[in-house]
Design a protein around this ligand. Structure first.
Ligand SMILES: [Zn+2]
Ligand SMILES: [Zn+2]
Length: 285
């Protein structure tokens, strides 16, 4: 059984608000943005926010420090545009600094898009960028998690080979891991809908990347089909992956204790999250 949670909003007070909302829902894990995901600029964290966040991490809740941050969607470490890549590196550095300050153990990052310059050149730039950013923070403790992607457009990380190639080039391997998104890998062409296809997909991942590298799962069903490369999330069991696919993951004893966070559509009451989490729990029984 995964430690189940969801991506929580920080609105109305910043990062500590996400932990409060997670506690209200009784979550066992939580993802958040430490800054606006659609802007380059980051408002500095206040001392009050930092203190409140640390209190939230150690409070008597089911969360137990299982928190992960997601970086800005603007960051593209694979960009052939030197200015954009420099901006992306600077932004990633700030994201990691904020995570370190807040004592968040993991930062999920979309590896990037090569924008027509080709996968090899794009992956080389990702490796160079990550190495530079990690070297700029030799004492950093937050681990960077490269997310498996849907393969929309020229995005990299859609095959297990691409993820493995990135990790292979990163010098400080203790500070890098993987976030496995169920929707993305499925629309990228990896089936998990039957026990047999699930076993084969995980066998491939283990052989090419290593199951130990997975620190976080993004639990999303897929609006579009296997191999469609279309990144649209659907509620658990209501998409193309379906209940049996998630049952295969939820009953895999190798994944026990790892974080699994929803990135499905939400409402203000939390009811949609409650429903998706209840569905996932019912599958693991
Ligand atoms: Zn995701
Ligand atoms: Zn997605």
């Amino acid at each position: 059984m995964l430690a189940l949670g969801s991506h929580m909003s920080t609105s109305g007070g910043g990062p500590p608000r996400a932990l409060e909302r997670a506690a209200e829902l009784g979550l066992e894990s939580c993802q958040l943005f430490t800054k606006s995901e659609r802007q380059w600029a980051a408002k500095p964290l206040t001392d009050e926010q930092i203190t409140a966040f640390h209190r939230g991490l150690t409070a008597d809740t089911r969360l137990n420090r299982r928190v992960v941050a997601h970086d800005s969607y603007l960051i593209n470490m694979a960009s052939p545009d030197d200015d954009l890549r420099a901006k992306s590196q600077a932004a990633l550095l700030v994201e990691l600094q904020r995570c370190d300050t807040l004592e968040i153990p993991y930062l999920v990052s979309h590896p990037g898009a090569h924008v027509g310059s080709g996968p090899e050149a794009g992956i080389a730039r990702i490796i160079e960028s990550v190495n530079q950013v990690l070297a700029a923070r030799p004492d950093g403790t937050t681990m960077l998690l490269l997310e498996t992607t849907a393969g929309q457009g020229t995005t990299l990380g859609k095959t297990f080979e691409e993820i493995a190639e990135m990790i292979d080039g990163i010098e400080d391997k203790a500070r890098v891991g993987v976030c496995f998104d169920t929707c993305h890998t499925f629309v990228a062409g990896y089936d998990i809908r039957t026990p047999e296809t699930y076993a084969e997909t995980m066998r491939q991942f283990d052989e090419i990347v290593g199951l130990d590298q997975i620190r976080v799962f993004h639990l999303n069903d897929a609006k579009f089909g296997l191999g469609s490369n279309k990144d649209r999330h659907e509620h658990i069991g209501e998409g193309e992956i379906g209940l049996e696919g998630f049952r295969n993951l939820m009953t895999d004893p190798r994944m026990t204790g790892r974080m699994g966070v929803l990135e499905t559509e939400k409402d203000t009451t939390g009811d949609l999250d409650r429903k998706n989490l209840a569905t996932l729990r019912s599958l693991s029984a």
